[in-house]
Design a protein around this ligand. Structure first.
Ligand SMILES: [Zn+2]
Ligand SMILES: [Zn+2]
Length: 261
């Protein structure tokens, strides 16, 4: 269960909205369709969720249409988890896809150009898909806009980095967000962003003034299993790449030794 702390802004809890700013669907590598995602989010007491499928917006746009058609008390932020050269970046309030594979600065620029907000997803975790503190500070020093750091995410290792993330956010006056990174609807809301108000517009204002707070439950071992599996698969992909590059050279070295012996 979320840890109900009084947010640093001092706003009474009753006026604090709850958002989950990192949710995947069937449209990328999630398991559930939009209707079940939206219904689960409402049941969890969230007033805003960001659909952040990998490198696409179609699912998020579909969710917006679905919510409007049903008159559900939920707002959808159209988002994307962008695979940049430096790691995963969440673009929020987007209207156009930001292509994968660009540099962090190019991606930040494309988000800013369309009036979106950028959040570093599961940052500082020692994994190629996480943006490092050095990359974040370099982009900020070069004048690129990064609005927030995701300080609650169930990715393995994120809990150990939380203090460092919060200090980095404080130093650069960045907002903090919580995102469940849910790939199954039943995990929506296990990390949350708290903000003054209930609407997506109020959430946006809180992000821009760095007055959000984040909270969430850290995983027990059972809950960590599917996340660990995905994490290991990611590492496997990396190793596969390394092997495919190194194998020909290694084989040549072995053959050379054979010829010499
Ligand atoms: Zn990610
Ligand atoms: Zn994700």
């Amino acid at each position: 269960m979320p840890n109900h702390q009084l947010p640093s802004s001092g706003t009474p809890l009753l006026e604090q909205g709850r958002a989950d700013l990192h949710v995947h669907s069937l449209h990328s590598d999630g398991h559930d369709a939009m209707a079940i995602i939206c219904q689960t989010a409402m049941a969890a007491g969230l007033s805003v969720i960001a659909i952040t499928d990998h490198d696409r917006l179609d699912g998020a746009l579909e969710a917006q249409t679905l919510v409007a058609a049903n008159g559900w008390p939920l707002e959808i932020v159209v988002g994307e988890e962008i695979g940049t050269q430096s790691g995963h970046l969440l673009g929020l309030f987007l209207s156009e896809v930001v292509p994968a594979g660009l540099s962090l600065n190019q991606s930040l620029q494309l988000i800013a150009q369309q009036g979106g907000l950028a959040v570093a997803a599961h940052p500082l975790v020692p994994h190629p898909k996480s943006i490092s503190a050095r990359a974040i500070e370099r982009s900020l020093a070069e004048g690129f806009n990064l609005t927030a750091l995701e300080s609650h995410n169930p990715t393995p290792g994120a809990r150990l980095r939380r203090g460092q993330i919060q200090r980095l956010a404080f130093r650069h006056r960045l907002a903090l967000t919580g995102g469940s990174d849910a790939h199954s609807a039943n995990l929506i809301g296990r990390a949350q962003t708290r903000f003054a108000g209930q609407s997506a517009l109020e959430l946006r204002a809180a992000l821009e003034t760095a007055t959000t707070s984040s909270e969430g439950s850290d995983q027990n071992l059972l809950g960590l299993a599917p996340i660990m599996l995905r994490f290991l698969q990611d590492l496997g992909d990396q190793n596969e790449l390394l092997r495919s590059r190194q194998l020909p050279a290694a084989l040549r070295a072995v053959n050379a030794r054979r010829r010499r012996s």
